[in-house]
Design a protein around this ligand. Structure first.
Ligand SMILES: [Cu+2]
Length: 107
């Protein structure tokens, strides 16, 4: 029995190293005119979900340097999702509030 458990542990460890990490989803909150956390580091294939946690204020997530057009405003409770398949650093800002800055670094 102990040998059996040991074998499973070994198999788990070995395959864990071979199989690539499944994509994950990272949350960013928009609150008090800030992206929290403002700067995040993710892996290729991961997604980011921004949620507007304000009581009344709308915002947006605009990847201007990636050539993204002005996105729709996000009202309280709205979310914006983006998946990142390329490595690099992607700064973004809020469309209506250019001083609200954030970045996504993809490894
Ligand atoms: Cu804003």
């Amino acid at each position: 029995m102990i040998k059996y458990i040991f074998l499973i542990l070994v198999l788990f460890t070995v395959t864990g190293c071979v199989i690539t990490v499944p994509p994950k989803t990272v949350q960013v909150e928009i609150i008090k005119f800030k992206f929290v956390p403002a700067d995040i580091i993710i892996n290729k294939g991961d997604s980011v979900i921004w949620t507007n946690k304000e009581k009344r204020q709308y915002h947006s997530v605009r990847f201007e340097q990636m050539g993204a057009p002005e996105p729709d405003y996000m009202f309280p409770g709205d979310i914006f999702t983006q998946t990142f398949d390329e490595a690099g650093k992607f700064p973004y800002r809020c469309g209506p509030h250019p001083k609200m800055l954030g970045s996504v670094t993809v490894k």
